[in-house]
Design a protein around this ligand. Structure first.
Ligand code: FNR
Length: 356
């Protein structure tokens, strides 16, 4: 079966499960506790109904946008997700190459299984790449990572804040086997026999707090986006303390179970302050072009997709990633046309309704 049998993003999920080891699948698919938040991430988008406007010319449709000033062919990036090599031997480099050829942006995880050097040497000359930062408890190690990110010319830092500790991922715990921890700079333990997540999080500083945003701003000139904001209060706090944006995210349901979904927090924000540019992104449960368009109607600047791209690279490496982007692009285009919009700026709250 070739990629022709992959018609939508969920097809990648089914195909990836067949290809993954038990340990890899447990790590990729799992979420915290009862996985209620993971499931709600998906089901929340189904509660939004479109209000399409008819008799508008839609032959031309443009899905392109700028994300933090960088061109993207669709309003969607590859969310940072650790350990791509669990699914495919080339790992994150698949994402880098697929992002380059389709013109989207990859966010590299602190716990990527390829080194940042490998990833940056696979990029095309002016390909934007964002870096997701976990702050190591040993602050000097975190500072080394940040100076490398600066030196290698990455383009933004996403500071993940919803994971001071790892969530209780039971599938991962049950599947734990021999796991060789990644040899990244953010990480100074190797050869653990723990669930993948448990091994990874032992290096993350649980005391990281708002004051550290000042520290980070001193260490880099790159835009800083706070990833894992789950309340309006924290989005406002991030804005006040000078972050360049937030990602409304619950980490794909992998951290605190029964928290708000990114979409529900987006709905609460309603109007964002506009005195200075402050970006609002959302991730979790985006599997369809309709999901992307709904988030944009409700004020998101762009969305992220985590598991979908891990599964796509697992199934077919770079080609899988390219195929995934084409699926999203074509679904976003047809959604916009059927909705009566031919550019992203046309997407408005009045084009959706919430059903209870
Ligand atoms: C993640 N995510 C994540 N986030 C982060 O900031 N750093 C990381 O290293 C990881 N690692 C990671 C591994 C795996 C296997 C998954 C599934 C997720 C969270 C990720 O960036 C994103 O928030 C979610 O994946 C979005 O939800 P969906 O698209 O998977 O539903």
């Amino acid at each position: 079966k070739g990629l022709g049998s992959i018609v939508n993003m969920r097809d990648f999920e089914v195909a990836a499960e067949e290809l993954c080891s038990k340990v890899a699948w447990a790590y990729y698919a799992s979420a915290a506790d009862d996985e209620i938040t993971k499931n709600e991430n998906n089901s929340d988008y189904k509660k939004i109904r479109f209000r399409p406007r008819v008799l508008r010319p839609v032959k031309e449709v443009d899905t392109s946008t700028k994300i933090l000033g960088y061109d993207s062919t669709i309003p969607l990036w590859i969310s940072p997700a650790a350990m791509a090599k669990l699914g495919h031997p080339d790992g994150e480099v698949n994402l880098t190459k697929g992002a380059a050829s389709t013109g989207i942006i990859q966010c590299i995880s602190s716990f990527a299984s390829c080194s940042v050097e490998e990833i940056t040497s696979a990029r095309t000359s002016n390909q934007p790449l964002f870096f997701q930062l976990y702050v190591n408890s040993k602050r000097h190690l975190a500072e080394e990572v940040i100076s490398k990110v600066n030196r290698l010319g990455l383009n933004a830092i996403l500071l993940t804040v919803d994971a001071p500790i790892g969530g209780k991922r039971e599938r991962d715990i049950r599947a734990k086997g021999e796991f060789e921890a990644p040899k990244t700079d953010a990480f100074d333990k190797q050869g653990e026999t723990k669930g993948v997540a448990e091994a990874i999080f032992s290096a993350v500083d649980p005391d990281l707090n708002w004051k550290d945003l000042k520290w980070l701003k001193e260490k880099t000139k790159l835009p800083i986006i706070i990833k894992g904001v789950q309340t309006v209060e924290d989005a406002v706090q991030a804005y006040k303390l000078g972050a360049d944006g937030v990602i409304l995210s619950n980490h794909g349901g992998r951290q605190l179970d029964t928290t708000a979904t990114g979409l529900s927090t987006l709905l609460e924000i309603r109007e964002k302050e506009n005195e200075r540019k402050f970006s609002i992104f959302v991730d979790g449960g985006i599997w369809r072009g309709t999901d992307v368009v709904k988030a944009l109607c409700l004020g998101a600047d762009a969305v992220g997709v985590g598991r979908g791209f891990l599964f796509a690279q697992t199934v077919a490496g770079v080609q899988g990633v390219e195929h995934a982007v084409k699926i999203f692009e074509s679904e976003i285009q047809s959604t916009m046309r059927l909705l009566g919009a031919n550019k992203l700026e046309d997407l408005r709250p009045s084009m959706v309704d919430i059903v209870n």
